[in-house]
Design a protein around this ligand. Sequence first.
Ligand SMILES: [Zn+2]
Length: 475
Amino acid sequence: MADQNSVVLRGGTVLTLDAQHTVLPGADVLVTGDRIAAVGPDLEVPEGTREIDARDGIVMPGMIDTHRHMWQTAMRGYGADWTLTQYFVWYYLESGKHFRPQDVRAGNLLAAAEAIDAGVTTCVDWSHGLQTVGHAEAAVDALRSLPGRYVLAYGNIQQGPWEWSTSADFQAFARRMLDDERLGFQMAFDVTGDPTFPEKAAYEVARELGVPVTTHAGVWGATNDDGVRLAHEAGFINESHIFVHAASLSADSYHRIAASGASVSVSTESEQSAGQGYPPTWALRAHNIPVSLSMDTSVWWSGDLFSAMRTTLGADRSREHFEAHQKGETITHCSLRAEHVVDWATRGGAEALGRSADLGSLEPGKKADVVLIKNEASPVSFPLLNPYGHVAFQAQRGDVHTVLVDGRVVKEDHKLVGVDLGAIRREVEATVEYLRGTLGEEDWLKGMNPDVPATKVLDNPYTYTDYASGATHGG
Ligand SMILES: [Zn+2]
């Protein structure tokens, strides 16, 4: 009985994110089965349709994160004060190898719950901790056990991509994954710029399997223009390729990315703290390169795209003002708008994943991945004057009232539905206990608390005054 699966969200401000970015105040969204059946005011609905009151709220498409290392979520917040160097040392060189399959599973479970809770209905699991196919099975097992759409981007930082990708067990696993309709599949590896281009073997495997590739590109001190050039010259870059960060690159790389139709996943919070390079939306706009958003890893930041949208607007505008000031000029009109980042968090992600036919907007016939932002208890919920601005600068994860994935209500009245958070907590606690025990207390604390560099406080010339700031700093 299809009618029993009908849900209508009544009377919200609907951001359809269709091609014209149509906004419908006081409109309904009718979901039948796994699809959006209709969008508009005062919809007639089948008998028995479940009604959700969306008045005073914003209804928008489910958000899409195109780069998240879900396995790292079991270490939530541990690396808050890291740089990229400290991240590399901890995960790539020293501690990442200790993660067992069950630790990857624990991180993925928590990350999946975190994503749905924040209205992120599709998430690329950039899973580069897959030391064995057993780890990959554990990652997939977690993704299958929670609602939400996921793309497993298979990677392994403990080996060269030419090693793991050519192994028989990886290839057998990959072929099994290609038969799975619910879980997408990509290959995730980085291209160092070594002129012998050893990563070519991994690209060839991806081409043979017919799966997209995603790489961290333009990462200061790690991957540069040579990696983009080598892959482009060898003909491996196409519109399915997602470059992550693409922050410290020359115009030549941006031209190559633009010409091949590939997209860039911008992780602004990551780029700002870790140091891959300045968040590149200013350059991507200039080169007309498609953008999606991501938050990278909960070892530093939380897994919601509200922060990604907000910080991306801030970084882009900050740079625009700063560059103008260097030239003695003034920016009077911002180039990047709230509407753009909401588009990147929804449509942009769907396009990057090649899923724009069925994800990324609220239009009849598309998959019913829907988010209702509404919080009657919050003084930040009204007045609702500028809906894109409200999503990008006012709303946050606690305001996510209802989430549907594939037509199923997976969060309702601010609470996850059918997710046993207590069970996930126990798995995460077991992983933390194991890692802490394996590393030992000294290394555990040292990893979390990197040294603070010595700061030379400049001599203050204003020591002749009694004024408080002079007295404080000049002494
Ligand atoms: Zn990353």
